[in-house]
Write a protein of this length. Structure first.
Length: 184
């Protein structure tokens, strides 16, 4: 059964904001519902586009995003999902619609070069506050397709953290929604 906050995440893409930030309790279902909502939104809104699924490392993105998506019965029943571990690409199709979801790791300051040059219709950043600012900003800059959306889950650990100052404290300016998850 989904929590009220998880239902809000599923509805969020259709409410007009450009960015969604979810933070809060560990094991509260943020990443799983964001991943599901991101994929469903992308498949409903786009055809033949590229998206990014980003973690601190490619391994953490595979563990936290890809594996749960591939294990979701609803997705397996309604979509064709194929993940290439060698290329780090999840291809999702249904009927005549197909999109590619590239997996990136934002481990250090040089990681921004991995995503540089991509054209994206959306990005999901898992644990964005743990990634270097240069990587996050490069990922956001790559979202140049009309209608692109930005999805973040994070827990900035100090009041002076750049993500808190540049995003959480500027929600209106960034056209962003913020949902705080608790174990309740």
């Amino acid at each position: 059964m989904l929590s009220e906050k998880q239902i809000q995440v599923l509805k969020w893409p259709y409410q007009g904001k450009r960015a969604l930030i979810c933070d809060g309790a560990v094991r509260s279902g943020k990443t799983s519902v964001m991943s599901l909502s991101f994929l469903l939104w992308a498949m409903g809104a786009f055809q033949g586009q590229n998206f990014a699924l980003c973690g601190k490392t490619v391994g953490s993105a595979q563990r936290n995003i890809i594996r749960p998506l591939l294990a979701t019965a609803y997705l397996r029943q309604h979509f064709n999902l194929s993940y290439s571990r060698a290329e780090h690409i999840l291809t999702v199709s249904r009927g005549g619609r197909s999109n590619r979801f590239y997996v990136f790791g934002g481990r250090d300051e040089s990681s921004y070069t991995l995503i540089q040059g991509a054209t994206l219709a959306g990005v999901l950043l898992d644990e964005a506050a743990l990634m270097p600012r240069s990587f996050v900003e490069q990922a956001l800059a790559r979202c140049s397709v009309e209608g692109a959306k930005l999805w973040f889950n994070c827990n900035p650990d100090v009041p002076e953290h750049w993500f808190r100052k540049e995003w959480l404290l500027k929600l209106e300016e960034k056209n962003a929604s913020h949902l705080h998850f608790t174990m309740d």
